[in-house]
Design a protein around this ligand. Structure first.
Ligand code: ADP
Length: 519
């Protein structure tokens, strides 16, 4: 009958405790064996017959079995034979305990795979030391088994990873000899995989070089850049491939992982993009040419129109003045009013046509000279020209820290002239205060002309730079061309102009002029 556990196992955690089985038909002997083995601190199970021992062997794995040879129903040898016939217990070491030293017994015992015989009366120290050796062996075996299982699991994970990769993955040694490859490699190159193992990777990608494998010592991380290379399929068909190479240092050697991707689609897409770009460039060039031609035609038209209109307008003005002087006394009130309207409109038309001529002239790619221009001197000149309106309005103009830079002086004069006169013209009830400054920024200078005038609604910030665009036409005389002139001048200098509201009240006009070297 199988006895319950008797050994003291509370001292150690169960995982460290090894099971031992003692089999003897004599219960006193069993208890004596248990007493001898107890100091080893393992779990000792007791069986009083061969069949009990067999049952326990089905349920437990033992590090060693101590077996009495002489037992009534089934003797030790028969029991051992049956234990050995089972797969789980085939390797379990069996120590036979016997009172008789007979060669026949010894041979039979060893035949059955006994590892040792101990003769009664048992010497406790010998029994203990022998069993201790089996316990140690069992432990080492268990450790080895766990390590082997762990290794198999890791390899399985590695293979799963290899297979899950979207690219062909080829693992080689430093010479490029293939040690492993995933199924995508067969699919991409049309080779049966076994045929690839042991081959040189250059069969697949002839330009593979070990020198291009990144050095990842000192904890460096692998570069993610992909290199374009030619891949060669089975039977020699070539295709564009993208490869990423990274080294894997194992405890024994250096392995190299090469990820290979079919880049055919990408190459086709790149070619398509290139073609579309080329077509776009061509279309832009054609459009630019057409626009330039139509611009030139428009400019010629505007120039001719303003030029041709000037003469008849001047004639109307001259005759109106003549009428005014010679016939004035004979005219009645109504006729005098009509004459005044004719004079007023004719001079407005004259101003418009003059401004238009100036504008078309400025927009043409003229031959004005680039020189070093002192912007402080330019503003001083403009202010002198506006002396009368400055005086009348009690305007204050602050400037003085403006740069000297390569530019076209006449354009800067026109620019400041229009901006300053607008700042005075569109003043609020306060006397105008105009601050002109410049700041060196990346690639050039940013100028600002700030006023405290009536301000500009931000929704018209772009609108007012067009020709004949006016926001305050009713209250103030003007042509609506001043800011269009400023824009044309700044653009001739390869810059840009824009307006922002001044904090508080008023507007600030900014313009950026890129740096330029004098030839
Ligand atoms: P003009 O002054 O002859 O009307 P501009 O092209 O110089 O023509 O200006 C266009 C319009 O922009 C002006 O009619 C005016 O409404 C507005 N404007 C220009 N400068 C300012 C300014 N400093 N403050 C407020 N409004 C301005």
């Amino acid at each position: 009958m199988a006895s319950p556990l008797i050994g003291d196992t509370t001292a150690k955690p169960m995982a460290d405790v090894v099971k031992l089985l003692a089999v003897d038909d004599d219960r006193d002997n069993l208890l004596a064996l248990q007493a001898v083995l107890d100091p080893l601190g393992q779990q000792i199970m007791l069986a009083e017959s061969g069949s009990s021992a067999l049952r326990l062997c089905l349920e437990h794995e033992f590090a060693a079995i101590l077996m009495d040879v002489r037992m009534p129903d089934m003797d030790g040898f028969e029991t051992a034979e049956l234990i050995r016939s089972r797969k789980v217990s085939r390797q379990t070491p069996i120590l036979f305990l016997t009172a008789y030293r007979s060669d026949e017994q010894l041979f039979r015992g060893y035949d059955l795979g006994a590892v040792d015989f101990l003769f009664k009366p048992i010497v406790p120290e010998i029994l203990q030391s022998k069993v201790a050796v089996f316990v140690e062996m069992w432990r080492s075996e268990q450790l080895l088994r766990r390590q082997t299982e762990e290794l198999a699991r890791t390899e399985q994970q590695f293979r799963a990873l290899l297979e899950a990769a979207p690219d062909a993955l080829v693992i080689t040694d430093q010479d490029g000899i293939i040690a492993m490859a995933n199924t995508r490699t067969d699919a991409l190159f049309n080779y049966p995989r076994p045929a690839l193992i042991g081959q040189d990777i250059r069969v697949l990608i002839p330009d593979w070089k070990f020198s291009e494998v990144p050095d990842m010592r000192n904890g460096a991380s692998p570069p993610l850049s992909e290199r374009r290379i030619t891949g060669v399929r089975h039977l020699g068909r070539q295709f564009p491939a993208g490869i990423t190479v990274s080294p894997v240092r194992t405890s024994e050697s250096l392995l190299i992982t090469t990820a290979i991707r079919d880049a055919t689609d990408q190459v086709l897409a790149e070619q398509r993009v290139q073609k579309v770009n080329l077509e776009l460039e061509q279309r832009v060039a054609e459009r630019t040419l057409a626009l330039t031609q139509s611009n030139e035609a428009l400019q010629q038209f505007a120039w001719a129109a303003s030029h041709d209109l000037q003469e008849p307008i001047r004639t109307v003005l001259t005759y109106a003045n003549w009428l005014h002087e010679s016939a004035e006394p004979r005219l009645d009130d109504k006729e005098r009013q009509i004459l005044a309207v004719i004079e007023q409109h004719a001079s407005h038309l004259h101003r418009l046509v003059t401004a238009l001529r100036e504008y078309t002239h400025l927009s043409e790619r003229g031959q004005q000279k680039w020189t070093l221009v002192d912007c402080n001197a330019v503003v001083a000149l403009v202010a002198a020209g506006l002396e009368k309106s400055i005086e009348e309005s009690s305007a204050i103009i602050e400037f003085g820290s403006l740069p000297t830079l390569p530019s076209i002086e006449i354009l800067l004069v026109q620019l400041f002239q229009n901006l300053i006169s607008n700042a005075i013209k569109y003043r609020s009830s306060d006397p105008p205060r105009i601050v002109i400054s410049a700041e060196a920024i990346a690639g050039g200078w940013r100028f600002s002309v700030r006023d405290n005038g009536i301000g500009i609604d931000p929704q018209y910030a772009d609108y007012i730079f067009g020709v004949f665009r006016r926001l305050h036409g009713k209250e103030q005389p003007g042509t609506g061309i001043g800011l269009a002139l400023c824009k044309a001048a700044v653009e001739r200098l390869s810059g840009r102009i824009w307006v922002e509201p001044t904090e508080g009240s008023g507007s600030t006009f900014h313009f950026f002029l890129p740096s330029k070297e004098l030839a």
